[in-house]
Design a protein around this ligand. Structure first.
Ligand code: ARG
Length: 582
């Protein structure tokens, strides 16, 4: 049960019954201080102001209209008109028992589920994937996993950049590698011969800039690509396969759930682009400006009152990123059946998405009941908030970055626990290293830029992956020490204050996941897990577990087990593995 929603709906109904305008929010939140109980409702003051009555009088009336007797021990008015709620311990125990019995920890599935189309990662295949795409992959994957767990029908879309003039140059260059032309098994050879894409791009560009004949050949290739020349299309296909396989390696190393089936690149929409433009025209939305076909909407006036156009076709007839995105919206709604379209793309594309959504609405490509959501994120910065670069100033390869994370995590684990067998240590290093990179990203509010720091992300203290993974391993060690199997069954009794605090935290998983899903903010889940681990540590310090007498011992073991399972589930939804010891 989502505790917050349950209280919110019951108390706001009581507010209305007490005379407040219908829909007045109860503004329920976890209690700011333990003395206030478990939850508090803050909405009475605002409602009283509207009614021009004393808040405390209104609060009295609300309580008279409120029946929380099934779950609350006390419902009290405090201060100017807060309502404080303290749950019955028995009721909490019952809720925990329900969670303990359920593999899903009693998290209900959304009814009805939504069809959610989530666009993430989406690198440009003409370049090596960079840290911006890493952030998109990490954040998007956590959101996809969470929405899926909540019962939604999630369709991932990797909107890769696989079209455009730069492919003419790249195909021309690939074509020049004699191995490709002469080999029968061309694809295999080229993959083997291009371990370093970055260098391939650089060399192609260098040739283009210095060799007139090659530049001409590249231009010729662009024309042939656009006219659908089989040979050049084949070369392009080979090149894309190589570039995509590099991306897939990163996804696999990261443990991202993206597969080749999720790739639906820009070129997929080529055939629909003339139709998109014609349909905009039919709606009366097109205007020519300097030879280009544009949509002008009043909403896009800049400071000088000039409207920034949304260009859908260039004067030479070529289509743009914007046109493709309009076609993609139609596909995602019309063919994929999306109710909710999510785009996890860096905040520098903010204006593009504002325009895109407005034009899609104006053209009725997206009906009102479909939600269009831009989920931006800030930049990943290096030391001193500078651009994220290698020491030599080059761009950092994502694979190298992930390898280094695993290497550093291996050193950390070896230092902490030298007696671990090597194979187990490698597994732990992978889980901790990759987990650290992901958690460091996910635990920040995604809208801010974030500074990449090995020391911070691999620290065992603070809101980090190693801290969370260690907290999990520590709970599990209780079971190892006690030589217990995982399925302890019995009654959970909450007598100590630390047990109650832990119990309420455990039951807040539901409202946490709902909040993550509503606002696409995985950091809410990270904060929750961090607080949960803290609540467990306090419990463990004050309440003996294995040394307690029965039935307390079983009750505390059950609380411990539920904590471990909640942490494991939470981390899994973030795409982070847990380990049994570290
Ligand atoms: N390929 C683009 C880039 O790297 C991101 C694409 C995002 N998705 C979209 N539907 N526009 O900047």
């Amino acid at each position: 049960m989502n505790l917050k929603h349950e209280l919110e709906s019951r108390i706001s109904a009581a507010l209305t019954a007490a005379g407040a305008p219908a829909g007045s929010p109860a503004l329920v939140a976890p209690a700011a201080k333990v003395e206030f109980g478990d939850y508090q409702a803050n909405g009475v003051m605002a409602a009283a102001k509207k009614l021009k009555t004393k808040p405390r009088d209104l609060a009295e009336k609300v309580i008279a209209n409120l029946d929380l007797s099934d779950l609350a021990e006390t419902v009290e008015i405090a201060g100017p008109g807060f309502i404080n709620i303290t749950f019955k311990s028995d009721w909490l125990s019952q809720q925990l028992a329900t969670a303990a019995e359920d593999e899903r920890l009693a998290i209900a599935k959304a009814a009805p589920p939504q069809r959610v189309v989530i666009d993430y990662s989406s690198p440009n295949l003409a370049k090596e994937m960079h840290v911006g795409h890493l952030r998109s992959t990490i954040i998007g994957d956590a959101l996809a996993r969470t929405l899926e767990f909540l019962g939604h029908d999630v369709q991932r879309q990797n909107h890769v950049g696989d079209w455009g003039t730069q492919f003419g140059m790249l195909c021309a260059y690939l074509d020049e590698l004699t191995e490709v032309r002469e080999s029968k098994d061309a694809e295999r050879v080229t993959v083997a011969k291009l371990p370093d894409l970055e260098e391939f791009y650089r060399k192609a560009k260098e040739r283009f800039d210095t060799d007139e004949a090659f530049a001409n050949k590249s231009r010729d290739f662009v024309v042939r690509l656009q006219s659908g020349d089989d040979a050049v299309l084949h070369t392009r296909f080979q090149f894309l396969a190589i570039s995509l396989s590099h991306c897939q390696e990163v996804y696999d190393r990261l443990g991202a759930t993206l597969t080749p089936d999720d790739v639906c690149g820009e070129s997929f929409y080529n055939d629909d682009l003339p139709k998109v433009v014609a349909d905009l025209d039919a709606k009366g939305l097109l205007k020519e400006s300097e030879g280009a076909q544009c949509v002008f909407l009043d909403a896009f006036k800049n400071k000088d009152d000039d409207i920034q156009p949304f260009i859908v076709q260039k004067s030479d007839g070529g289509y743009l990123y914007a046109t493709t995105d309009l076609a993609a919206i139609r596909h995602r709604i019309g063919t994929l059946g999306g109710d909710r379209l999510i785009y996890v793309v860096g905040s520098e594309q903010n204006f593009h998405f504002q325009q895109l959504f407005a034009v899609a609405r104006a053209a009725e490509f997206a009906p009102k009941n479909v939600s269009l959501e831009y989920v931006p994120f800030g930049m990943m910065l290096g030391k001193g908030r500078k651009r994220f670069r290698t020491r030599e100033g080059g761009t950092i390869k994502l694979m190298d970055l992930l390898d280094e994370a695993v290497k550093r995590a291996g050193e950390l684990v070896a230092e902490k626990n030298p007696s671990l067998p090597e194979t187990e240590r490698d597994d732990i290093a992978r889980a901790v290293g990759i987990g650290a990179v992901k958690y460091a990203d996910l635990s920040q509010n995604r809208t801010s830029d974030y500074v990449f720091s090995w020391d911070k992300m691999l620290s065992l203290e603070g809101n980090t992956a190693p801290y969370m993974q260690y907290a999990y391993a520590r709970v599990r060690s209780i079971f190892r020490k006690g030589r217990l199997s995982d399925d302890v069954t019995g009654r959970i009794a909450l007598t100590e204050p630390a047990e109650r605090v832990l119990a309420v935290r455990l039951l807040q998983l539901s409202e946490t996941l709902d909040a993550v899903a509503a606002d696409c903010l995985p950091n809410i889940l990270c904060s929750y897990l961090f607080d949960l681990a803290g609540a467990f540590m306090s419990f463990y310090e004050t309440c003996p577990v294995l040394k307690a007498d029965e039935p307390t011992r079983t009750s505390r073991l059950m609380l411990s087990d539920l904590t471990a399972r909640t942490i494991r589930r939470g981390l899994a939804l973030l795409g982070i593995e847990t380990v049994e010891r570290m």
